[in-house]
Design a protein around this ligand. Structure first.
Ligand SMILES: Cc1cc2nc3c(=O)[nH]c(=O)nc-3n(C[C@H](O)[C@H](O)[C@H](O)COP(=O)(O)O)c2cc1C
Length: 237
């Protein structure tokens, strides 16, 4: 998928009053993805999130579709460290920093997050892409470029999860193109303690159930009792 929807949303007050009570009906952890256009906005938002009955915050430092926004902080060690440490001061809940793949060296921002006290990192967000209507000779997207996700990005994501797992000690939430249990296992072997699923939900909203099923089948087939035992066990050629 190539998307350029930006980060427009009804805001944190609306979330508190409407979405959170609805989410609370389910027996599951609630991790809120948070974004701002300035460091102050991240801090103000996380002050509010800190007061809510949620299980953690994922800081989006990596959206490619917002002009002066979060990507500006997400690409360097210093940028990630600065935002994360300011947020850390006001947030007692588990803090995951979500990284952009649009960098030369993914380990630098990952270390910035770790050094600033993040509890984990998640990766990858979308890769910057472009697609052209050959008859109009214009990009398909009004924004010209967009974020690429889904199966096409999986090898990039797996490689980056592996690299980050060698560079930091905090846990990794891996994502990018996961559709099956086998995909999830690949991320775990590369070093992810947990996985997320985005784009696949647009095709099949029950993807999570199928992925869990696939993980269980793999465990049976390979005689694995504890899924945690496979994390980071890939042997390089
Ligand atoms: C339509 C769409 C909206 C997205 N919105 C967000 C967002 O608000 N915050 C964020 O951190 N990532 C966002 N992402 C990125 C995904 O969470 C994910 O990092 C990326 O798409 C790779 O995983 P996937 O291939 O499973 O989708 C979005 C992706 C898509 C396709």
């Amino acid at each position: 998928m190539l998307n350029s929807i930006g980060l427009q949303n009804p805001g944190v007050e609306f979330f508190m009053e409407n979405d959170l009570p609805w989410l609370k009906r389910f027996d599951t952890a609630i991790i809120v993805n948070a974004c701002g256009s300035t460091i102050d906005e991240y801090v103000e938002l996380c002050k509010v999130l800190n007061t809510l009955d949620i299980d953690g915050v994922e800081l989006n430092l990596s959206c490619p579709n917002v002009k002066a926004g979060c990507l500006a902080f997400g690409t360097t060690y210093e940028g990630v460290k600065e935002v994360t440490s300011q947020v850390r001061k006001v947030l007692d809940k588990p803090l995951i920093v979500k990284l952009t793949p649009n960098v030369t060296d993914i380990t630098a921002p990952a270390k910035g997050a770790e050094d600033a006290g993040a509890d984990g990192v998640s990766l990858i967000n979308t890769l910057l892409g472009m697609s052209i209507d050959i008859y109009k000779r214009r990009p398909h997207l009004a924004n010209n470029t967009g974020g690429l996700s889904g199966p096409a990005v999986k090898p990039v994501a797996v490689r980056m999860v592996y690299q980050v797992s060698k560079a930091v000690k905090i846990p990794i939430l891996g994502l990018g193109g996961i559709i099956t249990g086998e995909d999830a296992i690949e991320f775990m072997l590369a070093g992810a303690q947990a996985i997320s699923i985005g784009t696949a939900n647009f095709i099949a909203p029950d993807t999570c159930l199928k992925v869990i099923d696939g993980i269980e089948k793999y465990m049976k087939k390979c005689n694995i009792e504890d899924i945690n035992s496979i994390v980071g066990t890939v042997e390089m050629n």
